[in-house]
Design a binder for this molecule. Structure first.
Ligand SMILES: [Fe+2]
Ligand SMILES: [Fe+2]
Length: 331
C-alpha cells in the first residue's frame, strides 16, 4: 500500500475519536473567554478612563517588547492561512459530509484561535504605542504570502508541526505576559496568560493525535517526525515583511528581538523537542523498520546535537527600527 493510502486509512480509523478530542481539549463558544472580557466596554461610561489607564501603562514597555507583541499579534492574525492549510491536509475532509470529525476539529480549533488575534489587535490599537496602519499592511502581506512549513498535505507531518508550534506559542505568550506583569501592566499580562492557556490545550490535543497515530503506524510517524526536525520547524510567520520590504525580511529582525528579550529562544526549541520525544516515548519504541529505527536514533540524539550548536550560536544585538513601532526612547 502506498504511504498516502496508509495515512488516509489511519486518519479515517481515528476519525470517530475526534469528537471526543474536541470535548476534551476545546471549550464551547459560550463558556470560553472572549476578547471583550479583558478590554474596556465601549458601552460603559468608564470607557475613556479605562483607555487612559491602558495608554498610561503601555508607556512602561520597551521597544523590543512592542515589536514582539506586534509580531505575535500578526502571527495570530494570519489564521486564514493556517485554517486553509489544515483543511487541505490528507484525511481532513470538509466536503465528505458535514460530520467528518477532523474538519470539525479544524473549524473548532480555528474558532478558538481567532480570539487571539482579535484581543491582541484591539489592545495594540488602544495602546497608542504602535503604527496600526503598518501592522495592517504586514498582516495583509502575510496572509497573501501564505507560508510553507514543509509538511505538504501529510497529516503526520502537520500534527508534528502543530504539536511543536502550539507549545512554542504557549511559551512566548506566557513570557510576554510575565514581562507585562513585571512592568505593572496587569491587563495585558492577563490577556497573554489566558491566550497561553489556550495554546497549551491545543498543544496537548495535537500531541495526543500524534501519540494515537504512533499506536497505529509507528514507522510512518517516526519517519515523519524525523523529517520535520531535519527540515527544522519554521515559525508560521516566517514570510513576515514590512511595507515595501521583501518576503521574510522582517522575520529575521523580529526573531532577533524575541531572542534578545528571551521570549522565544534556541533553548526553547530544544526543550520542546525533548518534551515531544518524552511524551511520544521515542526512546522506548521497538520493532521499527531499519529506516524508522535510524530516524528514531536521530531523534534521540538531536537535542544534544542542537545544544552544542546553540552554544555557539549568536544573534544580532543591533537595534533595527521597524515601521510598526516608533522608537520611544525605552530600548
Ligand atoms: Fe493562538
Ligand atoms: Fe495556537
Amino acid at each position: 500500500m502506498s504511504i498516502k493510502n496508509v495515512r488516509l486509512e489511519v486518519m479515517q480509523s481515528i476519525e470517530p475519536k475526534v469528537e471526543g478530542f474536541i470535548d476534551e481539549f476545546l471549550i464551547p463558544s459560550e463558556k470560553i473567554w472572549q476578547p471583550t472580557d479583558f478590554l474596556p466596554d465601549s458601552q460603559s461610561d468608564n470607557f475613556f478612563d479605562e483607555i487612559e489607564q491602558i495608554r498610561g501603562e503601555a508607556k512602561e514597555l520597551g521597544y523590543d517588547f512592542w515589536v514582539t507583541l506586534v509580531a505575535d499579534t500578526i502571527t495570530e492574525e494570519a489564521l486564514p492561512t493556517y485554517e486553509s492549510w489544515l483543511m487541505d491536509v490528507e484525511g481532513i475532509d470538509q466536503h465528505n459530509g458535514k460530520d467528518n470529525g477532523w474538519s470539525k476539529w479544524v473549524r473548532a480549533w480555528t474558532a478558538e484561535e481567532n480570539r487571539h488575534g482579535d484581543v491582541l489587535n484591539k489592545y495594540l490599537y488602544l495602546s497608542g504605542r504602535v503604527n496600526m496602519r503598518e501592522i495592517e499592511i504586514t498582516t495583509q502581506h502575510l496572509i497573501s504570502d501564505g507560508f510553507d512549513i514543509g509538511t505538504d498535505r501529510d497529516p503526520y507531518k502537520n500534527f508534528v508541526y502543530t504539536s511543536f508550534q502550539e507549545l512554542a506559542t504557549n511559551i512566548s505568550h506566557k513570557r510576554v505576559g510575565k514581562m507585562a506583569r513585571k512592568k505593572g501592566n496587569a491587563l495585558l499580562a492577563k490577556m497573554c496568560t489566558i491566550i497561553a492557556g489556550d495554546e497549551m490545550r491545543h498543544h496537548l490535543a495535537y500531541r495526543e493525535f500524534v501519540k494515537t497515530i504512533i499506536g497505529q503506524d509507528p514507522d510512518g510517524m517516526v519517519l515523519a517526525f524525523a523529517d520535520m526536525m531535519k527540515k527544522k520547524i519554521v515559525m508560521p510567520a516566517h514570510f513576515l515583511r514590512e511595507s515595501g520590504g521583501n518576503i521574510g525580511e522582517a522575520f529575521e529582525q523580529f526573531s532577533n528581538c524575541a531572542q534578545r528579550l528571551g521570549v522565544y529562544t534556541a533553548q526553547d526549541y530544544i526543550d520542546i523537542l525533548k518534551k515531544l520525544n518524552d511524551y511520544w516515548e521515542i526512546g522506548n519504541l521497538r520493532g521499527l523498520s531499519d529506516q524508522a529505527e535510524k530516524a528514531r536514533v536521530y531523534l534521540m540524539k538531536l537535542p544534544e546535537r542542537l545544544q552544542r550548536i546553540s552554544e555557539r550560536m549568536q544573534f544580532s544585538q543591533d537595534q533595527y527600527t521597524f515601521k510598526w513601532v516608533q522608537a520611544n526612547g525605552m530600548l
